[in-house]
Design a protein around this ligand. Structure first.
Ligand SMILES: C[S@@+](CC[C@H](N)C(=O)[O-])C[C@H]1O[C@@H](n2cnc3c(N)ncnc32)[C@H](O)[C@@H]1O
Length: 252
């Protein structure tokens, strides 16, 4: 009998932003495969599990996806409860489908536990709703990053939305700004770059689309979201709601 692989959302970082189900599964896990953005405080919830880093920071694929798939399969054949812990929500920009398909083909049972995606954590930390009566009735989650040859309508989709949150975009700020302006977005559209949300070093850089490259350049190397839309006009003045950088003890 094979075990079950649970694809578990670790949320944006703080251990108390996990779901109760995620915390329970971590406590029961025989083995946990975790991404680079998963902080120690979350891993501490799996005291008895073997913990294996399969670190991928976006764009820096230190462990090839094929190899991760194979390791998950081997673990499921050996153990009862295998947890694949992914930052934020596993089903958003997490390559979850590749793991689900591969394990399914190999007749391994897979279960998904959602997590709080970083866009929603940033909205909460900012105290700015992504929807707002009379201002924003549509929200798009997108990334300008695409695999070779993959056609991408991301800029059109973002330009058409009232509010957009871009993942994996801060490192490519000039191209992102130019593509959005070419697609009709005003250079004056408010922008907030939210770095290391719910992690140590949390920071906010607010301005407008024209200044996106300067805002992104202020990032200190943590994961960052580019948030675009009129709802972020308030971000210029508003400090984060709880924007005291989190103490290590809160996340570790
Ligand atoms: C491979 S994607 C994974 C997204 C993840 N599945 C989620 O739901 O948040 C990694 C990107 O998510 C964003 N991200 C993840 N964690 C973040 C955080 N704590 N603060 C800001 N952005 C974050 C960044 O844009 C980063 O480049």
């Amino acid at each position: 009998m094979s075990g079950t692989v649970h694809l578990v959302g670790a949320g944006p970082g703080a251990a108390d932003l996990l779901t109760v189900r995620a915390a329970r599964l971590l406590g029961e896990a025989d083995v946990v495969f975790f991404d680079a953005l998963v902080p120690p405080g979350v891993l501490a919830l799996a005291p008895d599990a073997q913990k294996i880093p399969v670190g991928k920071r976006c764009g820096r694929h230190s462990t090839a996806q094929r190899f991760i798939n194979k390791r998950l399969l081997d673990a499921a054949r050996r153990y009862r409860t295998v947890v694949r812990l992914k930052g934020g929500d596993p089903m958003l920009f997490g390559r979850a489908q590749e793991e689900i398909s591969f394990l399914g083909k190999n007749r391994i049972k897979v279960e998904i536990v959602p997590g709080i995606t970083s866009a929603l954590a940033a909205s909460a930390e900012l105290g700015i709703s992504l929807t707002l009566r009379g201002v924003s009735r549509s929200v798009v989650f997108a990334t300008p990053r695409s695999a070779d040859g993959e056609s991408s309508g991301w800029a059109r989709a973002v330009a058409a939305a009232d509010t957009a949150v871009l993942y994996m975009a801060a490192g490519d700020a000039v191209r992102v700004r130019d593509a959005l302006m070419a697609s009709g977005k005003s250079p004056r559209t408010p922008v907030a770059v939210a770095e290391s949300v719910a992690l140590e070093g949390q920071a906010l850089h607010a301005g407008d689309l024209q200044t996106l490259p300067e805002l992104a350049a202020r990032c200190a190397g943590g994961p960052a979201l580019v948030m675009i839309g009129d709802v972020f006009a308030a971000a210029q003045a508003a400090a984060w709601r709880s924007l005291e950088p989190r103490a290590a003890s809160q996340t570790a």
